[in-house]
Design a protein. Structure first.
Length: 116
């Protein structure tokens, strides 16, 4: 029991020591031998502008930006979660992941749909 409690304390301290602002919201989904990822990417510390980036990791397809928002701070997260839900309803197994985007993600394109 002591070992379990101590392990939990160490994990809690390690988690709190990580700077939260360095992370983006992301999901990794798999089906058979295929892997797809959905990321919400922000170019600044503000909630907008943001992009939803859809990656088909194992399919040799260029990353897609199906949605982009300039004004609505909830738009990208709502669209990303809906895309993940669609994948899951089609048999994909998805898990939320934490990624360190290093503060520079290089996705400043305005080629996607505008927010509502």
């Amino acid at each position: 029991m002591y070992l379990v409690k101590r392990s939990f304390q160490i994990l809690a301290v390690a988690f709190l020591a990580v700077p939260v602002t360095a992370y983006a919201e992301a999901w990794s989904c798999s089906h058979d031998n295929l892997v797809r990822e959905v990321h919400v990417v922000r170019t600044t510390s503000a909630p907008v502008p943001c992009d939803v980036v859809y990656k088909k990791q194992t399919e040799g397809v260029e990353d897609q930006i199906p949605w982009h928002a300039e004004n609505d701070e909830n738009f990208c997260m709502e669209k990303a979660r809906a895309l993940v839900a669609t994948l899951e309803s089609n048999g994909w197994v998805c898990a939320e992941t934490i990624i360190d985007d290093g503060g520079d993600n290089g996705t400043n394109e305005d080629t996607a749909e505008n927010d509502e």
